[in-house]
Design a protein around this ligand. Structure first.
Ligand SMILES: Nc1ncnc2c1ncn2[C@@H]1O[C@H](COP(=O)(O)OP(=O)(O)OP(=O)(O)O)[C@@H](O)[C@H]1O
Ligand SMILES: [Mg+2]
Length: 213
């Protein structure tokens, strides 16, 4: 058992936390043969809705565990789950500065999704501060952006200004991420080979090598 916890956090709503949580979970299962648990701490319950559709449609959940918890409860829940899971992914709600600590405390890695946009840069400071204070490994994930975007240089400058690093994989703005989740699936279950699949696969490899260090 690897027994590692990844917390996906970002106060900006709609930055891709839940999308990354489920896609990484399925990529760890499919490409790395790992046992994964996902914890939904968001009262909006989007992850839970996705899991419910999966269950109703009888989509196989081999090696996948789903739990809900409060942000406080996530600390206990992740501690328990990591005993018999390789990876535990905590999906968090937006606007969480005040009670983000327990979910950050539990993490071996804090993944912060941002778009190549100043609006996202402005929203990132609080969570970075909490994760830094807790002495956590932090990775920024550029989501819904193109390598060719003029704002990528600005984004990289911003990440550097926080003395942080981003993952090497930029996740593109791809409809399959949204469409597959609406069916209770993920892009990696819907497609064998595509840009979306490549991106998520590469990302899962990089994140694994980071948390194994
Ligand atoms: N890379 C992407 N390409 C296309 N659509 C995306 C991508 N990432 C996220 N989305 C879409 O953007 C919307 C917000 O994504 P998601 O729900 O994952 O964000 P979130 O950070 O979890 O939001 P919240 O803060 O409300 O929990 C969803 O409709 C999702 O399908
Ligand atoms: Mg979400």
């Amino acid at each position: 058992m690897l027994s590692k916890v990844i917390t996906i956090s970002q106060q900006k709503g709609g930055s891709g936390k839940t999308t990354l949580a489920v896609h990484l979970a399925l990529a760890f299962i499919k490409y790395h043969n790992l046992k994964v648990a996902v914890i939904d701490t968001d009262p909006q319950g989007s992850l839970g809705k996705w899991f419910m559709i999966r269950t109703e449609k009888k989509i196989p959940n081999d090696n996948l565990t789903f739990k809900t918890a409060s942000l406080w409860g996530a600390q206990y829940e992740s501690k328990t789950l990591k005993k018999d899971h390789d990876i535990v992914i905590i999906d968090t709600p937006p606007k969480i500065e005040s009670d983000a600590r327990p979910s950050i405390e539990s993490a071996d890695l804090v993944l912060i999704p941002i778009a190549a946009s100043h609006v996202d840069f402005w929203a990132t400071g609080a969570i970075v501060e909490i994760a830094k204070k807790a002495n956590k490994k932090i990775l920024i994930q550029i989501n819904r952006s193109s390598q060719r975007s003029k704002l990528i240089t600005k984004t990289n400058e911003f990440i550097k200004s926080l003395d942080l690093s981003a993952t090497k994989t930029i996740i593109g703005n791809r409809q399959i991420f949204a469409a597959s989740m609406g069916e209770g699936k993920t892009a990696v279950e819907k497609q064998k080979k595509s840009n979306a699949v490549e991106e998520i696969k590469n990302l899962s490899e990089q994140i694994l090598s980071e948390i194994k260090q």
